[in-house]
Design a protein. Structure first.
Length: 415
């Protein structure tokens, strides 16, 4: 990390004293610091706050973590995803992002045309085989040339070790074979901690989310644990985030980072270690996610208290923010009332066909590998928009050259 200039020591002491940001900003301006120096100071403050939070604050005390980092997070004022033109520019890659459809895909607004469809997980209610088959049929009817899917915590059958010990609680008639159920997903490339390249753009899919034993968290593993979850702040979870490559253009995770589309009322429930990796190392152009939990008494019958906590919905965080480098998008299509009415996110990526092709991660290579695995399985039938988007040509071309703005504004999550 770059060392602070000596003449910033006075302002660093203000941080330690707990002065409000607007007070420090006033001092910086009164001392006639240049905009570049002011931006540099707040950039350092953000990095230091994140490093302190991940190193010294208990990860499951999410309130304390958020209070530590919130004053130094930058949100571009008034940011929203503007409408994309009906006809894209020649050569552009039009991306359509949906998430958290929970087997309600037939109730979605019309899916906009595009080149690449990405689903951010929770495409089923419980991962039942018939639900996966229905979702695959839905994908097969869409015209997009590329389709990429990650699982969410509701895809219980996709995590073999978890499902084998939890399947009865989801009302499935039998214990499904996890590999069999996964093999039903033939109309999209399924990413699980995996990189894929689409027309030169590197896309990484990771599905984990963090849970906490604190009552301020919506996830209660002692009562209502789901698939693909690891303890908040655990070495396992941090290792998963650290394994994401640094040169990713589009990062897709099921759950949000802290402070970005993760609001549940007054709470922030995203993962600070994920935010740290995204802002300080990975720095993708887009970070796409969703995630939410449903009020389900039948799944939380062990405790009425657990049921009340389990009802929180990260779906409330739908919308987009921009930190000067990365556009964060919570694309949950279901509202907190579980109505599939949130607008579908659409954005265009400028041509990158001339980029070097990595055959190992190319979309068509991944699809061929997946189809070969599926052919080894014999599946028996089970008896039992109003769209919004963003033209990001200029932003992508200027990444790394954008000045850091010191002004703090409220996060405009709901667009």
């Amino acid at each position: 990390m770059r060392e602070m200039p000596v003449n910033f020591d006075k302002y660093k002491s203000f941080l330690k004293e707990g002065k409000a940001r607007y007070e420090i900003d006033a001092c910086l301006r009164e001392d006639s610091l240049s905009p570049e120096d002011i931006a540099s100071f707040w950039q350092h403050a953000r990095v230091q706050a994140l490093e302190d939070a991940v190193a010294h604050t208990p990860a499951d005390d999410i309130g304390a973590v958020w209070r530590r980092i919130q004053p130094y997070q930058y949100y571009q004022r008034g940011f929203s995803l503007p409408h994309v033109p009906a006809r894209k520019q020649p050569g552009d890659l039009r991306v359509v992002f949906i998430s958290d459809t929970h087997s309600l895909h037939d109730e979605l607004p019309p899916i906009p045309d595009g080149d690449l469809l990405i689903h951010g997980g929770d495409f089923t209610d419980t991962g039942d085989r018939d639900e996966v088959r229905a979702f695959n049929d839905f994908l097969g009817k869409l015209p997009h040339r590329y389709k990429v899917v990650i699982a969410g915590n509701h895809e219980t059958t996709f995590e073999k070790a978890y499902y084998s010990s939890h399947w009865k609680r989801y009302g499935h008639p039998v214990e499904y074979d996890s590999d069999d159920v996964r093999s039903l997903l033939t109309n999209a490339v399924y990413l699980e901690d995996m990189l894929i390249t689409v027309e030169g753009y590197r896309i990484y899919g990771c599905l984990l989310f963090a849970w906490s034993l604190e009552t301020s968290s919506p996830w209660q593993p002692a009562f209502c644990d789901w698939a693909f979850n690891l303890p908040r702040g655990s070495d396992e979870l941090k290792a998963k985030w650290a394994a994401v490559p640094s040169n990713v253009d589009v990062l897709v995770t099921h759950s949000p980072p802290m402070g970005r589309g993760d609001d549940i009322g007054i709470l922030r429930v995203g993962d600070v270690h994920l935010l740290h990796q995204v802002q300080e190392r990975i720095k993708p152009a887009f970070h796409l996610f969703g995630h939410g939990t449903r009020r389900r008494r039948l799944l939380c019958a062990e405790s009425s208290a657990a049921y009340d906590l389990f009802g929180f919905l990260v779906h409330e965080g739908y919308g987009a923010t921009f930190d000067g480098t990365t556009i964060f998008v919570n694309g949950s299509n279901c509202t907190e009332e579980y109505k599939a009415i949130n607008p579908i996110v659409v954005f265009d990526l400028p041509p990158r066909m001339a980029a070097a092709v990595d055959d190992a991660t190319d979309y068509h290579t991944r699809m061929a590998q997946q189809q070969q695995l599926a052919q080894r399985k014999v599946i028996h039938p089970c008896s039992c928009c109003a769209s919004v988007g963003l033209d990001v040509h200029a932003m992508l071309m200027q990444r790394g050259r954008r000045a850091y703005v010191s002004e703090l504004v409220s996060p405009p999550f709901n667009v």
